[in-house]
Design a protein around this ligand. Structure first.
Ligand SMILES: Cc1ncc(C[n+]2csc(CCOP(=O)(O)OP(=O)(O)O)c2C)c(N)n1
Length: 342
């Protein structure tokens, strides 16, 4: 992928579409590679389970993240403990990697308010359902951290569709003017529901928009988790050094529907989907780890059983929780809980 402009210089790419290390690329740290893979696998298995739970009528609707784990895990795992994640509805993989309990995330999609509350020390904002409204929030939090002298950055994940919202403009402009330590990561998965990227913007790349705000913008292969990790780490380092925000456009593809209510065959061809499946990020890392002698087929099966047990435990816990009280709908909106009986 082409780097549009970045003062950290050319950033490395690591894996080709088949998961082979690119010529000239330095092998990623083995421990990091294994940790990234485990987290991606966990996210994929949880994602599959959530779709199944929705089909069983146990959760209402669900926006699958499959195919976007390279961006989400690469970005989330480049963050420091004190940094804050601002996710949108599709970013459960990133939230889990930042320590959001899996059972709480399942509860969220069951409509339970506890799903929107991160435990103390887990710096994850609630999923933003309104498209792009969390972008100014991330800018504001990053500015606040700068004013308070805290060593914390904000990282905001959103889709290509969000870049057509006024919130995108306001958030990026504000962050750049205030030199706020924010990293804006656009997951360009080619579609905003059924609207293809070419109907979203006439710009060649989302990253090109960064120039208009006076911040660096770069495009990375979002299905190369090592490249995303390196790019986000460099952008966070820029923020921490007082150099302001960065816009990263990660090229990826959502393998499933927009949500469990969507039928992507209405706007995507089987050929396009098959091509995307061949480039998907999880299989790439598995192929790399196997070729590097770091994780063979038997160890991979063992790891899959391990993460499945974690997912099972989370689902059991979420299903066992007492149902939400409908009166809680305003519980965290106003100071007195907003309840007529409060
Ligand atoms: C402000 C607002 N407008 C419209 C919607 C309805 N809506 C939900 S998701 C979506 C598309 C968003 O696409 P994109 O930003 O590319 O993210 P993706 O779903 O591809 O991850 C729209 C229009 C919404 N949730 N919020």
């Amino acid at each position: 992928m082409r780097v549009v402009a970045f003062d950290a210089g050319e950033l490395p790419a690591y894996l080709d579409e088949g998961g082979h290390l690119l010529p000239g690329a330095q092998a990623p740290d083995p421990d990091l590679a294994l940790r990234l893979y485990r987290q991606m696998l966990l996210a994929r298995r949880l994602d599959i389970r959530c779709v199944n739970l929705q089909r069983q009528g146990r959760i209402g609707t669900y926006p699958p993240a499959a195919g976007q784990e390279g961006v989400q895990i690469g970005a989330a795992m480049a963050m420091a403990q004190a940094d804050w994640l601002f996710p949108s509805y599709r970013d459960g993989a990133a939230a889990a990697a930042r320590g959001m309990p899996l059972d709480a995330m399942v509860a969220y999609w069951m409509g339970h308010p506890r799903g929107g509350i991160a435990p103390a020390g887990v710096n994850v904002f609630p999923f933003s359902i309104p498209v792009g409204s969390h972008i100014p929030h991330a800018a504001g939090m990053a500015w606040a951290a700068r004013l308070r002298g805290e060593d914390a950055c904000a990282l905001c994940l959103f889709g290509d569709g969000a870049t057509s919202e006024g919130d995108f403009h306001e958030g990026l402009n504000f962050a750049a003017v205030m030199r706020a330590p924010a990293v804006f990561v656009c997951q360009n998965n080619g579609y905003a529901i059924s609207v293809p990227f070419r109907r979203q913007t006439a710009a060649e790349h989302i990253a090109a928009k960064a120039a208009g705000y006076g911040m660096p913008g770069l495009t990375v292969d979002g299905n190369d988790v090592f490249a995303v990790h390196a790019a986000v780490a460099a952008a966070l380092a820029r923020g921490r050094a007082g150099k302001g925000p960065t816009l990263i456009e990660a090229m990826t593809y959502r393998l499933g529907p927009h949500t469990t209510s969507d039928d992507p065959s209405r706007y995507r061809t089987p050929e396009e989907e098959a091509g995307a499946r061949a480039r998907e990020p999880l299989g790439r890392v598995a192929a790399y780890l196997e070729a590097a002698g770091l994780l063979g087929a038997a160890a991979r099966a063992q790891l899959t059983a391990e993460v499945d047990a974690e997912v099972d435990a989370a689902v059991t816990e979420a299903l066992a929780a007492p149902p939400a009280d409908p009166g809680d709908i305003t519980a965290f909106t106003v100071a007195d809980g907003g309840r007529a009986d409060a």
